[in-house]
Design a protein around this ligand. Structure first.
Ligand code: ZN
Length: 202
């Protein structure tokens, strides 16, 4: 793996063999070490009440790796979902325009469809030409959040030292180990979060 501190490529051990940076840490130590390293960050209050300092813009350097077949397929599925969304939007606006004079709303529809099309194309590029940007970052804690609406939805968040708040899956939430380093793989073009994998301990 690539050490997030000294950027040297080192084997997956419990700490960096080049600079000694711990890949597992007591959480308070991690928070203190990070807060000291970045005085200009913004504070966010985590569910536990601990306040974490997150940089406005993280300065992690990603490793570029080819996408796996499964990661490519995720992008193909997303491209298909965006295509469905585009078709539904055009159908709805088509029927609406028959019933009423929608006037200048057309402009916004065109902009919306163009935005959806760009997202779809980005996923298609990731499918055919797939590269992942892999970031290594320390997990501070996770949160299970239930929205207070008529139809409540449950969201899961991971709070990382540099990347801040990230939407994660339920499985990742329950498997999470606070204080451990994780590799987060993003599709390069669409920035879709593909995987969160814990750095192995040895
Ligand atoms: Zn290092």
């Amino acid at each position: 793996m690539k050490c997030p501190k000294c950027q040297t490529t080192v084997p997956d051990h419990s700490s960096c063999v080049a600079c000694g940076f711990p890949f597992y840490a007591q959480l308070d130590d991690a928070a203190v070490a990070h807060g000291a390293a970045d005085p200009d960050g913004k504070n966010i209050q985590l569910p536990s009440g601990r306040v974490l300092r997150i940089p406005e813009e993280h300065n992690l350097v990603p490793t570029i790796t080819p996408l796996t077949r499964a990661q490519k397929n995720k992008n193909l599925l997303m491209a298909f979902l965006f295509l469905v969304l585009i078709v539904i939007t055009l159908m709805v606006i088509g029927y609406l325009s028959l019933a009423v004079d929608i006037g200048f709303i057309w402009i916004f529809v065109v902009m919306f469809v163009l935005a959806l099309s760009w997202k779809m194309i980005a996923h298609v590029i990731d499918f055919f030409n797939g590269e992942a940007e892999v970031y290594t970052d320390r997990l501070i804690e996770t949160e299970r959040y239930r929205s207070r609406s008529k139809h409540p939805r449950i969201y899961y968040f991971g709070y990382f030292e540099q990347l801040g708040q990230i939407s994660i899956s339920a499985n990742d939430h329950y498997a999470a180990i606070p204080g451990a380093l994780y590799k987060l793989s993003y599709a390069k073009k669409s920035h879709l979060l593909l995987n969160i994998v814990q750095v192995a301990s040895q």
